[in-house]
Design a protein around this ligand. Sequence first.
Ligand code: 4AD
Ligand code: MG
Length: 430
Amino acid sequence: MKTTIAEVHKYVGQEVTLGTWLANKRSSGKIAFLQLRDGSGFIQGVVVKSDVSEDTFQKAKSLSQESSLYVTGTIQEDTRSPFGYELLVTNIEVIHEAVDYPITPKNHGTEFLMDHRHLWLRSRKQHAVMKIRNEVIRATYEFFNQNGFVKVDPPILTGSAPEGTTELFKTKYFDEDAFLSQSGQLYMEAAAMALGKVFSFGPTFRAEKSKTRRHLIEFWMIEPEMAFYEFEDSLKVQEEYVSYIIQSVLRNCSLELDRLERDKSKLENITTPFPRITYDDAIKFLHEKGFDDIQWGDDFGAPHETAIADHFDKPVFITHYPKVIKPFYMQPAPDRDDVVLCADMIAPEGYGEIIGGSERIHDYELLKQRIEEHHLPLEAYQWYLDLSKYGSVPHSGFGLGLERTVAWISGVEHVRETIPFPRLLNRLYP
Ligand code: 4AD
Ligand code: MG
């Protein structure tokens, strides 16, 4: 019976054949332990000299790392391994022998691993992070589908810039200039006016000259947008969504979290409601903590966000930022004009901002004025202004950065390990 490692629990006591790669091995005179992987999981193959042919035992002892094999054997329960099963090997058929695989079980430097990202993905740790990424995506679709949202795909090639013009990737679009999307938001607002509650999931691009553990040049964003939702309604969706993904990963990726040595207790209490602090109070808090470098009107840097987040054991919303440091489309607060109805969600443990969102301006005149104040070309935003001309309604939305969220949940230090092929400042290979 040909099967996969993920399915072996169905075949205890039976003989199966697995298509695998040899991740690692150790052997003595009488027994060889093969660490086998097949993409769906990892399992230990035990080859006992006295139980197999001389040829099979010699193969088991001499096989090189990452050789591909069909391994046949009997599935046994194994209470000592976290996976719970092992394979008592009866036969090995070599498909392809790998020669001098560059990533050995010893430690390698980051640059070396990044140059070999196409192979590094095979490692146990990277496998676990990719599985967690997949679970976050799966739970995202589940959450929004269960809550009546429609998935909408905004374009990648665009003619307008929601988040400011300094970080745009420009490209030629026949005779016109086009930009790679930095956010699908404006299109999602149009979609919300057609479909009510919508969400997108797609790649976004920022030509940011930032070289930090939180910045990618190409990253994936989930962007929900909701008609008739005011600021508070949106915060509620955000905390429910984030706790839903956390609980899904805890339930479905327990082995992976263990493999990453993630402290699960830090995730278990991520339940609603999440704490909130206004920007004004956050500035006061930072001054009390001795941050003299920040003034009202400045944007927070990573150390500021971390200091605020460290004060809470759940993600925290920082709300009501000064309008001067936020994009043109954010709705001013009803009681004062200098702050906007926005919130950034800051993850615990130093992972920084994972969500940016706001209520949107839905008054035509105000929106036009804000576009002009930001020196944006009105022609490019004519279609967007149409939305507030024809049956404009209050609406809100947000964007969750997938990689930062996965980095936090997985507990990996840098976002580069949370995307299969990271695009970083000065890195386009592999
Ligand atoms: O805060 P941002 O820039 O918000 C927007 O783009 C809004 N238009 C979204 C919306 O309301 N629909 O980006 C949203 C999130 C950030 O909170 C962060 O998690 C992530 O996207 N992000 C990045 N992740 C990795 N690398 C980068 N360079 C990122 N820039 C933003
Ligand atoms: Mg932001």
